[in-house]
Each structure stands twice: as C-alpha cells, then as structure tokens.
Ligand binder design. Structure first.
Ligand SMILES: C[S@@+](CC[C@H](N)C(=O)[O-])C[C@H]1O[C@@H](n2cnc3c(N)ncnc32)[C@H](O)[C@@H]1O
Length: 268
C-alpha cells in the first residue's frame, strides 16, 4: 500500500493552532453541513452508549446532547476539548458529555459502546496505514457485541485533487473584536503517498487595504481507497453493514460517489 507504515513525523496537536478558526472552517464547508444530520441520526438510533472519536468543538456532539443523549467525546487537542466544553456549557448540556483527552488508539471506556463514530474525515489525521489499522482494532475492542462503528473518508478523485490544489478564499468574516478577516486555503496533495497538507492563512483588513502579514496554519490528512477501508474493517473483525457514497444514504458506487461513508458492526 502506498501509505507510509509509520507516522513518526506527524506534527502533534495541529488542532491546538486551528481551534479558533474551526467554527468558521466547518460553517463554510458543504461537507460539514451534509454530515451533521447523518451523524445526529446515527447517534439517535444507537441503543446504548455513544462515543465520538475526534469530538472537536462539539459541532455534532453538543446538538446530540441537546436532544437528550449522553455522548462520550475523545480528542487529543486540549484547545478543541475546551471549545467543546464551552459550547456544551452554553447549551446547558455539560452534564450529558464525558470528554476524554486521549488518542483514538488509546481511549478506555468504562462501559462498551453501542456506537463509536469517527466523523468528518478524521481518520485521515492518522496518516500511517498501520496506525489506521490500530484505530479500527481499538474501536472494535471498545464496542459491545453488535455495536456499530461509523466513519467517513475522502473519496479522492482527480477533480477533488485539482480543487484542493487551488487557492481558495474559504471565508470572509468579522472577529468578535470587529476585524474583517479573509480565510484562504490551499492543499499540497501527494497522490502516491495518499497524503494532504492543508495550509490556511488569514488576511485582516487595515483601512482600505488587506494586511499582507500571514499567519499560516496546517492540517495533516490522508485518505484510504475504498478497498483499503474495507480491508482494514474486515481485518479488524468488523462486518460491513453499508457503504454509502454520500450522507443521504446513497449506496456507494465508484463513479457517482462523493464520499465513502462506512457503517460496520462488531459481530454479536
Ligand atoms: C476534523 S475534526 C472533527 C471534529 C468533529 N468530530 C466534527 O465533526 O466537527 C478532527 C478532530 O480529531 C482530533 N484528532 C486528530 N487526531 C486525533 C487522534 N489521533 N486522537 C484523538 N483525536 C484526534 C482533532 O484534534 C480534531 O478535534
């Protein structure tokens, strides 16, 4: 497989530097809007404890908690966990969230989960194939028999690669201090390595001009091909219940799919 076997060079906690623009990032992403309803429905359908790996700022977990569910959120970034905690407090649902500061491969649950979800391409932050395998194997170990594991990954097609390599003005917004900001993004995509280095920067309006001083932020991502994803799931012991090509539940077909959305189950 082209993905590297080890992830020793992965920079730690990139999200600690990304947390303050994460809400702008997701608010301006069609894929984030599309996946929200899908995951909320999956959480609501679970009959037992729900765990979100990479809970981030609680974009999914807090509305789920607001609808009455108890969610355990796992994340490696303290800055993201703090945003999640604040969001839950503002929504009055802090008592329905358990937040664990842990890696996807190391969290420990008191009670085996009915559902473990890994939304929004987040498995891609674990770049090495053997580390991805460890995430799936560990999730399997933390599920109760019959419990489900749901995740999505990029479906990397040439058009998406070209789009990502372009420079895009992702958002224009005003900070709470009243400063106008433009958020720009581009990505360095290595198709052979199946890796993506997302680079963002902001410009601030200074009078009639936009500042040229740039503050760069980075996210390291990667992707699996659908056959790699299926192989890792079955190697870990999962049964694959479904693979969708979008968040509306359209069965996956390579020629028409936009995403790969996997629903797997630990055998009962
Ligand atoms: C794309 S965000 C997803 C946040 C949220 N689930 C959502 O859908 O908006 C990915 C999150 O995964 C976390 N993360 C990345 N690698 C991780 C790892 N190895 N273990 C735990 N959390 C990790 C990041 O800190 C970040 O909060």
């Amino acid at each position: 497989m082209p993905l590297p076997a080890s992830s020793a060079s992965r920079p730690p906690n990139e999200y600690d530097q990304f947390a303050d623009i994460y809400a702008v990032w997701t608010d301006t992403a069609a894929s984030a809007r599309a996946n929200l309803a899908f995951y909320l429905d999956a959480y609501a359908a679970a009959e037992g404890p729900v765990v979100e790996l990479g809970v981030g700022d609680g974009r999914v977990a807090v509305p789920a908690a607001a609808s009455g569910q108890h969610i355990t959120g796992v994340d490696l970034s303290m800055a993201m966990l703090e945003r999640c905690r604040r969001r839950a407090a503002e929504a009055g649902v802090l008592d329905r969230l358990t937040l664990l500061h842990a890696d996807f491969r190391q969290f420990q649950l008191d009670t085996p989960a009915a559902l473990i979800a890994l939304p929004y391409h987040s498995l891609g932050h674990v770049t090495a194939i053997e580390d991805k395998r460890a995430v799936l194997t560990h999730a399997f170990s933390q599920l109760r028999p019959g419990g489900r594991f749901v995740f999505d990954d990029f479906l990397m097609r040439p058009a998406l690669v070209t789009h990502m390599r372009g420079v895009q003005r992702r958002a224009q917004y005003q900070t709470t201090a009243g400063t106008d900001v433009r958020l720009w993004v581009t990505s360095i995509v290595d198709e052979a390595e199946q890796s993506i280095r997302v680079v963002t920067w902001e410009e601030e309006r200074l009078g009639a001009d936009w500042s040229t001083g740039r503050h760069y932020r980075y996210l390291t991502l990667s992707w699996l091909t659908p056959s790699q994803a299926r192989g890792l799931l079955t190697d870990a012991g999962f049964l694959v219940d479904a693979c969708y090509g979008d968040f509306a539940g359209t069965p996956f077909a390579e020629s028409t799919a936009h995403e790969q959305v996997w629903v797997a189950r630990r055998p009962a």
